[in-house]
Design a protein around this ligand. Structure first.
Ligand code: PLP
Length: 408
């Protein structure tokens, strides 16, 4: 009898998007003439920019010629892309990250999911609540969560992020070894300030803890004082790993390319207290389990940093941020409590009149024919909140905003 990995039985069903799809389909079937607008999508709607497409076409031609064909690439990514990332995303901002600290991958999802493998199964994990569900589920799979009781896992340290603390997590009251921080945040759309990041870095250094910093939405940061990287904070190179992605930055959700930064100064410890370099361990892991991102895709990602690529991708993100402003202002005008949307594609709102997240979902669908995502699906502390996204087209976003204004 082949036995199951019991940790998988501990996973809580992710009914969120399935339930959203089910209720939306039922409504559409019963109301055939109504146009339903989705402000629930977490995927981009705009195509790849010309600079990226041209670079990929050129790389495609190279792959068809004997002199320039390439087979397996380096596990950690081609030098041309790692150099461009180090130069434009870090050194240009005065952050001292070298190309051998950068690992190119097929997605921030894979990276944030896989990185926990480097740590002991006994590590205590802390995470923001609500948050992107992958951090929690992968630690459940790995056996770090303990039992699920009264809506939470016993061994996970939840860091509530609500309007009471301005969606900024307080330091854990008990010992934690690993902390996941996501800024700009999915789903709350909030960002961590330099002071907040410094507080976390100082805490991690003091406790010899590691911060897993997900900044997949970094390209949406527009406010001057908001840090773009945790490595802008002194000492972070000794306690943090950073995850970034071309998915939302350049429309690569289907194309797949991302990277993580594992500084050479980051050390983790064995049972005897001996230090080991996380950078070398991650290289060992990747070279065993991953065969790299396709050459064509990496050439496309490199083109994001060309003059044209930077301009074209910025224009698209500006468009999404304009959508975010349109939704944010319409919600505000109706008197709702609204958050996020300034440095992120997510708008987070407090459900009115004591409605829970799912009641508000039904209300929005039935009254306005707008689909959003119930906050409770992102964690316990997301109850009573609702997420809208800025990824739809400008035209449909305007239309949705008009319907929201009719709520007044
Ligand atoms: N991290 C966060 C916070 C996300 O919201 C997402 C995607 O929705 C990802 C990571 C995954 O990004 P990728 O497409 O690079 O796998």
């Amino acid at each position: 009898m082949t036995k199951i990995n019991e940790n998988y039985l501990n996973l809580q069903g992710s009914y969120l998007f399935a339930e959203v799809a089910k209720r939306t389909a039922a409504y559409k079937a019963a109301n055939l003439t109504q146009e339903v607008i989705s402000l629930g999508i977490g995927d981009v709607s705009q195509p790849l920019v010309p600079a990226v497409v041209d670079a990929m076409k050129k790389a495609c031609d190279e792959m068809g010629q004997p002199g320039t064909f390439r087979g397996y690439g380096p596990y950690e990514g081609y030098d041309f892309l790692r150099k461009a990332i180090a130069k434009y995303d870090y050194q240009a901002r005065g952050v001292n990250i070298a190309e051998d600290e950068i690992f190119v991958s097929d997605g921030a999802k894979s990276d944030v999911a896989n990185f926990q493998e480097l740590f002991s199964v006994h590590s205590r994990v802390a995470l923001q609540d609500p948050v992107y569900p992958v951090y929690l589920d992968t630690n459940v799979m790995a056996g770090r969560s303990g039992r699920f009781e009264n809506g939470q896992f016993k061994n996970i340290i939840y860091l509530p992020c609500t309007s009471e603390n301005n969606f900024s997590p307080d330091l854990p009251q008990e010992h934690a070894d690993l902390v996941y921080l996501c800024s700009p945040n999915n789903p709350t759309g909030s960002v961590m300030s330099r002071e907040e990041l410094k507080k976390w870095v100082d805490w991690a250094l003091e406790h010899k803890a590691v911060i897993l910093y997900d900044s997949a939405y970094e390209a949406f940061i527009r406010e001057e004082n908001v840090p773009h990287s945790i490595f802008e904070v002194e000492g972070a190179e000794k306690c943090a790993v950073e995850f970034r992605s071309f998915s939302k930055t350049a429309g690569f959700t289907g194309t797949r390319c991302a990277y993580c930064v594992v500084p050479k100064a980051l050390e983790i410890y064995d049972d005897l207290g001996n230090a080991h370099k996380a950078n070398a361990l991650w290289m060992r892991r990747q070279s065993t389990k991953f065969n790299g991102v396709p050459y064509i895709i990496q050439r496309g990602a490199e083109a994001v940093y060309s003059e044209e690529g930077l301009r074209q991708t910025k224009e698209i993100i500006d468009g999404y941020l304009a959508n975010a402003r349109v939704i944010y202002s319409a919600l505000k005008e109706t008197g709702l409590e609204v958050f996020g949307g300034q440095n992120a594609p997510y708008i987070w709102l407090k459900t009115p009149q004591g409605m829970n997240s799912w009641q508000f979902f039904d209300y929005m669908l039935e009254k306005l024919q707008i689909v959003g995502t119930p906050g409770s699906g992102f964690g316990h502390s997301g109850e009573g909140y609702f997420r809208l996204t800025a990824f739809n087209t400008a035209e449909l976003t305007q239309k949705a905003a008009q319907r929201i204004l009719n709520l007044k």
